[in-house]
Ligand binder design. Structure first.
Ligand SMILES: [Zn+2]
Length: 232
């Protein structure tokens, strides 16, 4: 339970919308992402911060938990390249909207984010990429349970749980900082022929399409390609 004013809500299509993009009052046609109650948009005031209020007058206090879970998945899917290390070697975690579902449906688990760790290896003097399936779980209010963790370990899929349960982020930009905080990474399974670690204490440049505007930084969209092709 917290007293942070809700600035985002679900519209009729269950998409997250900001308070300043909807009609005032009940006409906003919005619901709370946490408890599904109808919300009243309070966005014509000049003094109080614009926010959504629960119709009953009782804030469930869980709206931002659901929002952080949605943002967490979006951030991983939109940025697509998170640095990790396996046995000290540099690799990248690439997220994917498609590709691994079939395999994982057989296992009866639905991960939050599917990904691949891309790790270079040497073959005849060439650095070639090796893709290893990877699971990312976003922990906001539901920790990965023992059953799921057992399935993941038994099948040898590397997996990490990013703990956002203590996050107080109310914007996507703030949530990125929590996602990139190595202390929030709990490795569920790293048995992939080598130990992997988040390598996320590196300077990190978010995808320009999503977050960057005029940061003045160089955007390296696919730094790994160059790395792989380098001859010994
Ligand atoms: Zn609610």
């Amino acid at each position: 339970m917290n007293n942070t004013l809700l600035a985002y809500a679900f519209n009729a299509d269950k998409n997250l919308v900001h308070i300043d993009t909807v009609k005032n009052g009940l006409e906003c046609n919005c619901t709370c992402p946490g408890c599904n109650e109808s919300l009243i948009a309070k966005n014509d005031g000049k003094i109080r911060e614009h926010h959504f209020a629960h119709l009953s007058g009782n804030d469930c206090g869980t709206g931002y938990e659901t929002i952080r879970h949605i943002w967490g998945k979006e951030i991983l899917l939109e940025n697509r390249l998170l640095p990790v290390a396996i046995d000290g070697k540099k690799g990248y975690l690439k997220t994917d909207r498609i590709g691994l579902e079939v395999t994982l449906t057989d296992l009866n688990i639905i991960p939050d984010v599917f990904g691949r760790v891309v790790l270079p290896f040497n073959y005849l003097g060439l650095q070639l990429p090796r893709d290893i399936p990877f699971i990312v779980e976003i922990y906001v209010s539901h920790k990965v349970d023992d059953e799921k963790a057992t399935i993941i370990k038994r099948n040898g899929i590397p997996a990490v749980e990013i703990d956002l349960s203590k996050s107080t982020a109310t914007t996507k930009e703030d949530l990125i900082k929590d996602i990139l905080n190595q202390e929030n990474w709990n490795v569920i399974n790293d048995k992939i022929g080598g130990r992997f670690l988040p390598r996320i204490n590196l300077p990190y440049v978010p995808d320009r399409k999503t977050y960057g505007t005029n940061s003045g930084q160089t955007i390296r969209r696919t730094p790994y390609k160059k790395y792989y092709r380098k001859r010994r």
